[in-house]
Design a protein around this ligand. Structure first.
Ligand code: AMP
Ligand code: MN
Ligand code: MN
Ligand code: MN
Length: 300
């Protein structure tokens, strides 16, 4: 598929020194409001920021207002859940038009599947831990009642004293293959990329180093992703080690993808690193911001 984003030949644009294009607010599974994130990003020296809540764009109005007030350049975003060969693969859409009806309808459909899944997860959590009120307990941690995610159950398990940390809750109960994991059919790769492109945005492969794929499966994933119109890949990501950055630098070059950089920040107490606290993009890669220049809102 023809790329819709091309880097401008004229390099007179502002190059961000500390872009952070992946994080979560309490509109999905983060614990801070969009405005708190924008202020935290500014305080951390982030100079281009995007809020990328899971399967929703509901926080984007607040995010844009707060980015402007905090003097931080801003891109719209959302992280869409997809299923590819039975594995959950996340696709970040950057620079999307939040008013686009096809995108809104698409992600509304994805989000709708979360409440029945949370009911089933609650049943398994109660069965495995003996805790009662797991659905209501997770819901109390959810800033957006339409979007109950696994971290809300993790916080409930910590609150009840069943686990000492969210990461322990994932390791014991919630991670893929653990006893409270509920497999889910999310959107297809084709649907997610289609909605993002229809809304004028760029589809970016989120944290590819997290997926359990072999090198040949990884090649197939990126072949399909680019064939469907995907144009970016997160190279610098809190989930990536030096080896992952090397691998996805190679993938970006091989598939002609723009490179992104994101902390995936969720919470001051749960996230390993703060907003903006990431290594620079490896030399020779083109940042996604080069292609999305016309979609960036610069502070006045
Ligand atoms: P869900 O979309 O409901 O499946 O929840 C996925 C979210 O759970 C991710 O976006 C992360 O925020 C969080 N998560 C996934 N795996 C882990 C893990 N092993 N430890 C801590 N958080 C995790
Ligand atoms: Mn998350
Ligand atoms: Mn993700
Ligand atoms: Mn994320």
């Amino acid at each position: 598929m023809r790329p819709q984003h091309t880097a401008p030949d004229n390099r007179a644009m502002h190059f961000p020194r500390n872009p952070d294009l992946h994080c979560h607010s309490l509109f999905s599974d983060g614990t801070l409001a969009p405005a708190q994130l924008a202020q935290r990003a500014a305080a951390a020296g982030v100079d281009l920021w995007a809020l990328t809540d899971h399967d929703t764009i509901a926080g984007l109005y607040d995010a844009q207002q707060a980015a402007s007030a905090a003097g931080v350049a801003y891109l719209t975003g959302s992280e869409l859940s997809t299923t590819w060969h039975d594995v959950t693969v996340h696709i970040v859409g950057l620079g999307v038009d939040p008013g686009n009806a096809a995108l809104a309808a698409g992600i509304d459909g994805v989000r709708a599947s979360r409440t029945p899944r949370a009911r089933e997860m609650a049943r398994l959590v109660e069965r495995e831990t003996g805790a009662d009120g797991a659905f209501e307990g997770a819901l109390r941690h959810a800033g957006n009642p339409q979007l109950i995610a696994r971290p809300h159950f993790a916080r409930f398990l910590v609150e009840r004293g069943i686990c000492r940390s969210s990461s322990e809750a994932f390791q014991r109960f919630l991670a893929t293959g653990r006893p409270c994991f509920v497999p889910q059919q999310w959107a297809t790769l084709e649907q997610a990329i289609g909605w993002i492109r229809t809304a004028g945005g760029m589809a970016v492969m989120a944290h590819p180093g997290k997926y359990p794929f072999s090198a040949s499966q990884r090649s197939k994933l990126f072949e399909q992703f680019t064939a469907l119109g995907g144009e970016g890949v997160e190279v610098v990501q809190s989930a990536h080690n030096t080896e992952d950055m090397r691998i996805y630098t190679g993938i970006a070059r091989r598939f002609g993808l723009f490179a992104s950089r994101g902390s995936d920040f969720h919470s001051p107490s749960e996230s390993r690193i703060n907003l903006g606290a990431l290594p620079p993009l490896p030399d020779g890669l083109r940042g996604v911001w080069e292609a999305l220049e016309g979609r960036i809102l610069w502070p006045q």
